[in-house]
Ligand binder design. Structure first.
Ligand code: NAD
Ligand code: KPL
Length: 304
């Protein structure tokens, strides 16, 4: 049975680690450095808060410099940390190692796959919700689902059974790239506007024309990128998500409110970059990107 190495004991990494470990599966966390490893050991493990109940999971942990070979790695860091994180781990990857890339947006997955031409890089897209209440204390905030896939691969790997054992709701997707594009488009239509108008998702009902114009351009972009399935009825779904999550703040709004770096480069930034590569004019998306960058810069946050 292969060990699950999990890089990043943050929100999603912690959520996966705790569920895999409590199902009796072998898990090892990879923490940034010796100082963080010492803090983790002092905490006695990872705490998962689920339905108000906290449970402690004393999962084994190591730094990236351990010499234990890695056969399966869940990469659970932010998109902007992914490439650097795997570069550090590359010497430890066993031949044919498999990585599950849990990053939101697009762009980081290809950057990771280019760095590791001999590894199998699976992509994942998740609607589960978790946040860090404190160091090594994760709150499971929203039930959801995770789709996993490998472009061109119809059959799921056998180890997907581990997710079943760990009760992690999941499905093998034969079109994971379309799924990631669709989520990226939803995020582009909703998240930046919630930041600029400083509102919950439902507040976008006051800006129907802005939302509609973005959806029209995103639909054109998806089609130009060969993602017709992802383009289907985008505007209608964006309106449904705005209604269904009306009381929530978008993830980007939460990042900005907490003074945290956003994944802008892998969401709206990636959309604009792809439009430029395809020679497609997207004035609304471009203007939105400029406004968002100005907003972030004014708050001392990275604009990429
Ligand atoms: P997070 O910030 O809570 O956790 C990331 C962890 O990775 C942090 O603990 C960080 O210290 C660690 N890390 C970064 N670089 C590292 C390195 N080189 N070595 C060791 N550790 C390193 O992030 P998250 O919320 O879990 O998000 C991960 C990805 O999942 C993001 O792309 C996010 O958009 C996506 N996502 C998150 C949620 C959610 O509810 N949190 C839901 C869906 C998708
Ligand atoms: O995924 C989201 C986010 O906040 O990042 C939704 C709820 C779809 C809004 O774009």
């Amino acid at each position: 049975m292969s060990t699950w190495h999990i890089l990043g004991a943050g929100s999603l990494g912690g959520l996966w680690a705790a569920r895999l470990a409590r199902a009796g599966l072998p898990v090892r966390l990879i923490l940034r450095d010796q100082a963080r490893l010492s803090r983790y050991r002092a905490a006695g493990g990872l705490t998962l808060v689920e339905d108000g109940q906290a449970s402690l999971h004393p999962i084994a942990a190591e730094t990236p410099h351990s010499d234990i070979p890695i056969r399966r790695l869940l990469l659970a860091c932010k998109a902007y940390d992914a490439e650097e994180a795997v570069a550090e781990l590359a010497p430890r990857l066993a031949p044919g190692a498999e990585l599950i890339l849990l990053q939101n947006g697009l762009g980081s997955q290809d950057a990771v796959a280019r760095r590791l031409p001999r590894a199998r890089c699976l992509f994942a897209s998740s609607t589960e919700g978790a946040f860090r209440e404190d160091d090594f204390r994760i709150v499971f905030a929203g039930r959801g689902h995770t789709w996993l896939g490998l472009p061109g691969e119809r059959r799921p790997p056998e180890w997907l059974d581990d997710l079943q054992t760990a009760a992690i709701p999941h499905e093998w997707s034969t079109d994971i790239v379309a799924r990631l594009w669709r989520k990226l488009a939803l995020n582009c239509a909703i998240n930046p506007l919630t930041v600029l108008h400083d509102c919950r998702n439902g507040g976008l009902r006051d800006w129907p024309q802005e939302v509609a114009a973005l959806c029209a351009e995103l639909t054109l972009l998806l089609r130009a990128a060969g993602q017709d399935t992802a383009a289907l009825d985008l505007h209608a779904e964006v309106l449904r998500v705005i209604d269904g999550t009306a009381a929530n703040y978008s993830s980007m709004h939460q990042d900005v409110a907490r003074g945290r770096r956003t994944e802008i480069a892998y969401l709206l930034g990636h959309a604009c970059q792809e439009a430029a590569r395809l020679d497609l004019d997207v004035p609304q998306l471009q203007a939105l990107l400029q406004r968002l960058r100005a907003h972030l810069a004014a708050r001392g946050l990275p604009v990429t």
